[in-house]
Design a binder for this molecule. Structure first.
Ligand SMILES: [Mg+2]
Length: 367
């Protein structure tokens, strides 16, 4: 045991209903589940989370806490490798990686708090601030709702980058997709960057045809035009369309990103710090991307992405996803304001500066 031995890990799951039905090209949902992890050591509490099923709670309380109790939190990468070895027979990708990510984020936060320094400086800051883009534009929105949503991002909050969902009904409503893109360009104005995300709804040939039409509206980001399992399909679309092709939100480990990068599948690598294995794996994935002269964009979970984002030289922008934009200020104190189109970490706060608002969260608690 050391002075900084991990005493305990706890996890809780919360489900926050959406304000109305939400959907993208391939999925509908009416609520968001977040699993929050807290680690206690040396008189501080480290905080992490993942947007994943409540089954992660059992993984944290079981194998991960069992493996980590008594280890020195300042040896954060050693803790990560201990978890990685421990989950061999559980299957690393998927929920296990989500649970590991939430724990790794909490460990890094605790390590920074013990050193009484901001987490971004412990990770090694490169940028003072990073750009964000407003993300949402669900296919369930009617025209007035979509316009109000976009006006909020671009007009009210001054974020000059917006992304909407397309690929409605597994690519069966292309004319409506294009009409919604046209509306987005109209509301966002000529100079804002307009992005689209098909969530894997199209075939490669269909995505190439859609991508040609998107050029008319100066769409510069085409996310998951085909399934991100189809690395060759992504590359074919990339070769055919003017927009940057992006994917990576379902990347749960370093070898997946190596395959994606080696295959020339994307122009920009998306990494979700709450899925990929936390900050420890983020640092390795972003280095892999840098070696291929690629930039990285943070997928979702904006407030815990920012410390890693400012510590990544080849970083492009943080996705400020509508559901998480609503949830994170409800459940946590110390959240950042993306108004103006960029954020910077609070250098006066130790760790990532976030804390759970237990009273506010309790009404949404699942377990
Ligand atoms: Mg996406």
């Amino acid at each position: 045991m050391t002075d900084y031995a991990i005493e305990d890990l706890t996890a809780s799951a919360y489900r926050i209903p959406t304000p109305g039905p939400e959907a993208d090209g391939t999925l509908h949902w009416d609520g968001t589940t977040i699993v929050v992890v807290q680690v206690r050591c040396g008189g501080v509490t480290g905080l992490g989370w993942t947007y994943a099923n409540e089954a992660c709670v059992e993984l944290v309380h079981g194998v991960l806490a069992d493996e980590l109790r008594g280890r020195d939190v300042l040896d954060t990468p050693a803790c990560w490798h201990a978890m990685q070895r421990r989950v061999r027979n559980l299957g690393r990708v998927g929920l296990v990686s989500c649970a590991m990510s939430a724990v790794d984020i909490a460990l890094w936060d605790a390590a920074a708090r013990l050193r009484e320094m901001p987490l971004c400086r412990l990770l090694g800051r490169v940028h003072d601030r990073v750009d964000v883009y407003g993300s949402g534009g669900f296919t369930t929105y009617d025209d007035p709702r979509l316009s109000a949503h976009l006006e909020d991002w671009v007009g009210t909050r001054g974020i000059p980058r917006v992304k909407i969902k397309i690929g409605e009904g597994w690519g069966t409503a292309v004319e409506r997709d294009i009409a919604r893109v046209a509306r987005t360009r109209q509301v966002a104005g000529a100079t804002a960057e307009v992005y689209v995300d098909a969530n894997g709804a199209y075939s490669a040939a269909q995505a190439a045809r859609v991508g040609a039409r998107l050029a008319e509206w100066n769409v510069t980001w085409f996310e998951e035009p085909v399934s991100s399992d189809d690395l060759d399909g992504l590359r074919r679309v990339r070769d055919a369309v003017p927009a940057d092709v992006a994917a990576g939100e379902y990347g749960y480990d370093l070898p997946y990103f190596r395959r994606m990068i080696d295959n020339d599948s994307v122009d920009c690598v998306q990494v979700d710090v709450t899925r990929c294995g936390g900050y420890t794996e983020w640092l390795r994935i972003t280095a892999l991307a840098a070696a291929a002269n690629l930039e990285v964009s943070a997928h979702c979970a904006p407030n815990v992405s920012v410390p890693a984002a400012v510590a990544t030289a080849n970083f492009r922008h943080v996705e400020w996803f509508a559901d998480h934009d609503r949830i994170e200020p409800m459940l946590f104190t110390g959240t950042l304001d993306p108004s103006g189109g960029w954020v910077e970490p609070d250098l006066s706060a130790p760790g990532h500066g976030l804390a759970l608002s237990a009273d506010a969260a309790d009404s949404y608690r699942l377990r």
